[in-house]
Each structure stands twice: as C-alpha cells, then as structure tokens.
Design a protein around this ligand. Structure first.
Ligand code: URA
Length: 294
C-alpha cells in the first residue's frame, strides 16, 4: 500500500460510524464481498444460491435493501435481469404459497419452528445469528406478539430478553404474570440489521408462520406489543396511541375469534416514560379479561 493509500484512524473511525448508521453492525464473514460485482459476473448471492428461483435483479435489490441502500443507479440492467424482473410477481406468489404450505403442514409448535428454520423466503435470515421463535409457556391463556428480535434476542435466541424485555417482565409482574403464564413471539423471527423496522415484504414472508404459531398455541387472549405487530395481526391503520387500550378481535382459526389488544411497546416506554400510565391502563384491562377466564 503506498503512503497515499494509507487509511488514517480518523477515516477508519468515520467509515465504522457510517456502517453503524447504515445498520451494518456485525461482520458475517472475514472479508468484505462486493455483491453487486459478483452478481454482474453471474455469481449468485448466497441467498439466491439457496433459493433457486431467485432472479439476479431481485438478489441485487435484496442485497442493497439488506444493506439499507438502493441499488447503484449506474448499474445497467442486463437483458437477463430485465427478463428476470417479469416473473417477480409470480415468484413472490410462489414464495407466499410455499410459506403457507410449510406453515399449514406443521402440526405442532416444534414442527413449525423446524419449518421456519428451514424457510429461505425471508432475507433477514441471512444476516441474523439465529431464529428467535418463542419464549414462555405455549399452553398459556395469553400470547404476546412483538415486532422483531433485537441484538440481545438475536444473540440469546429468545424474544424480549434485552432492556425492553426486562421492562416487559416488570409490566407482566405488575398484573401477576411471568413467563410461565404467558407465551411470547414476534411477527418477524429474525433480527433486522441495525434493529430497523422489518419491511412489509419481510413481514409478509413470515406471516403464514406467525398465524400458524398463534393457531397452534391457541391462546384465549392476544396482545400485540407495538404498532408493527398491531398493523400486521389486527389490521390497525391508526397510530399506536389511538389503537391501544381497546379490545378488538383476532381470528385464530376459521370461525374462532379471540379478544385482542394492542399495547405500547416497552422500548417506546423506555424512551417515553411519561406514557407508562397508558400502559398501566392497558395492563389493567388485560388483567380483567384474564380474570374472566377464571
Ligand atoms: N422488541 C420486540 O418487538 N421483540 C423482541 O423480541 C425484542 C424487542
């Protein structure tokens, strides 16, 4: 390396800060890969290699999306890329169908976990350390579903074990609950890089598994923790402050609905402790509903 190529510690620190801002907060390999160059040279990305129907253009866009960037504007589409774009909708449908079939064929939560672990249809799997499936008691009357694992959950493999999870435990304790009395999962079971909100495409890819997980756990009450969960499972369209604290219904299986509620996410409450009073009102409503079950 010539002296003009020398990277100063300041430049290196600035590069690391930029990576962190872009959501790149872990190394997944020893050396960096230029996925755009590899894809243009005809080499499939690791995920495309494992999902044989993934077209080149999609892997390019997916890799860019995973890194939090848009695909470079200078990238000219090859004819093969352009052709590959056309069957995109068809392959998205095929993926959704395969997710529905895999989820529906699971007869137990353990089978569902194994099928989800083998599922290649959500790009988040490529950057996450491991699947974060559930915690607590699958026989519990009440199920809490959050958004997606964070760094601590990704490392440990259980939902809600970081700071937000510790607050959730305190909130549960305030109404006499603990993890032996609740079942906990997330709408997306792999950590999004940099803890960003999962995209609608990522959430949709996992949704058949989430619905089946709720169906197999068969709770009597469902609580969506935070807005992304409430949007996904309860079709909430307003903000969480409006949607929280009222009973809605969730169809666990055809013709079988249960009471469901959205509540403020403990990560939000850590940032906005003044709103803990609202969370307390929601917890009281949940405690009352549980008491009705006897
Ligand atoms: N936030 C979530 O929504 N889920 C977790 O598992 C952890 C934090």
């Amino acid at each position: 390396m010539s002296s003009s190529d020398t990277i100063t510690p300041e430049a290196l620190a600035s590069l690391l800060r930029w990576y962190a801002d872009m959501g790149v907060d872990m190394a997944v390999d020893e050396a960096p890969h230029d996925r755009f160059a590899e894809a243009l040279a005809g080499k499939p990305s690791p995920a495309a290699a494992s999902a044989s129907d993934a077209p080149t253009a999609r892997s390019l866009n997916r890799d860019a999306a995973t890194a939090g960037m848009s695909a470079p504007r200078t990238l000219s589409r090859t004819r093969a890329d352009t052709q590959a774009l056309k069957p995109e909708a068809a392959s998205a449908d095929a993926l959704a169908q395969s997710a529905r079939e895999a989820a529906a064929s699971a007869q137990t939560l353990e089978e569902l976990r194994a099928r989800l672990d083998a599922f290649q249809g959500c790009a988040l799997k490529n950057t996450a350390t491991q699947l974060v499936f559930s915690d607590g008691n699958p026989q519990a009357d009440i199920m809490f579903v959050g958004e997606a694992p964070g760094a601590d959950e990704d490392r440990i493999g259980r939902p809600f074990v970081g700071r937000a999870g510790q607050l959730l435990d305190k909130m549960l304790a305030s109404i006499g609950l603990d993890r032996t009395k609740v079942y906990i999962a997330n709408v997306v079971p792999w950590r999004p890089p940099g803890n960003r909100t999962p995209t609608p495409v990522e959430t949709a890819a996992c949704l058949p598994f989430t619905h089946r997980q709720i169906e197999l756990a068969d709770p009597k009450i469902l609580v969506c923790v935070g807005l992304p969960s409430a949007q996904t499972l309860l079709n909430v369209t307003e903000g969480i402050k409006r949607a929280r604290g009222k009973w809605m219904s969730y169809e666990v299986a055809p013709g079988r609905t249960i009471p469901a509620m959205a509540m403020l996410h403990p990560a939000y409450l850590l940032r906005t402790p003044a709103d803990k009073k609202l969370a307390w009102q929601d917890l009281r409503m949940i405690a009352k509903e549980l008491a009705k079950l006897g």
